[in-house]
Write a protein that binds this ligand. Structure first.
Ligand code: ADP
Ligand code: MG
Length: 230
């Protein structure tokens, strides 16, 4: 019975996804059609219409790219590697975006934490979480990425100083296509959840009472002697 339950749950996720995709792509398509009608009617303001049309096409492109990522079977290109190095790489990638908003990305990580991970997938996780944190913060401040060893696991926390997630939305934010952003796809946290599961880890949102949001990841960590030679 348990197996059937799990399977039907998976089906509903697929169904949910399909419905979401249709919605996300149909809306911009409808709007594109409308603008083509207007252009055919020979009205002016062409410039303005073209700009909106490009925005709509961008939206379709963005959703398609993320969906492609989800629909691909997750690979298992796992290697033993330094966690600190990987997070540092992501910080370099996102730093310009942070600096623009006067946000400081701070990493507090022991040097000797080794994880067994698919590099591009795990980087995607940190990109998703740090990007969300940057987007959530309107004013200057700090985003702290903190890593602590806890026995066989390491606890990675991404802590921002944004407005936080309302308690009643905590369960919704991980659902596909849930977004509160104009330019959002609502797929980032869903992809993150899937990747962490593919790494035998745990991913959760820590409800904060006061300001800010904390995302927590628990991953097994290993003896540096296992480090994959490159
Ligand atoms: P997207 O970023 O495209 O909206 P995500 O799946 O990454 O999709 O996030 C879903 C929603 O969760 C966001 O639209 C936002 O409402 C909320 N959220 C995610 N991260 C944070 C954060 N650090 N602070 C506040 N809200 C957040
Ligand atoms: Mg996001």
């Amino acid at each position: 019975a348990e197996e059937i339950l799990i399977r039907s749950e998976k089906m509903s996720v697929a169904g949910q996804l399909a419905a979401g995709v249709v919605h996300e792509i149909r809306n911009p398509l409808t709007s594109l059609k409308g603008f083509i009608d207007l252009l055919q009617a020979g009205l002016d303001r062409k410039e303005e219409y073209f700009n909106i049309m490009i925005e709509e096409i961008d939206k379709i492109e963005k959703v398609s790219t993320e969906l492609l990522y989800i629909s691909r079977p997750l690979t298992h290109d796992h290697v033993y590697q330094w966690l600190m190095k990987m997070i540092e790489d992501v910080i370099v990638l996102l730093n310009t975006q942070a600096v623009k908003k006067n946000i400081k990305l701070v990493l507090d990580c022991p040097e000797d934490v080794v994880v067994y991970a698919d590099r591009s997938q795990m980087k995607q996780v940190f990109i998703n979480l740090i990007k969300n944190a940057i987007e959530a913060m309107t004013e200057s401040g700090e985003i702290l990425i903190k890593v602590e060893k806890q026995g066989d696991f390491c606890l990675i926390s991404v802590i921002d100083e944004g407005p936080g997630i309302p308690i009643n939305l905590i369960h919704q934010v991980k659902e596909p296509f849930f977004t509160t952003k104009k330019e959002g796809t609502g797929l980032g946290l869903m992809i993150t959840t899937r990747i962490i599961e593919n790494h035998n880890g745990l991913f959760k949102i820590k409800p904060n009472n006061d300001k800010g949001t904390t995302f927590e990841i628990k991953l097994p960590h290993y003896d540096p002697a296992k480090l994959t030679q490159e």
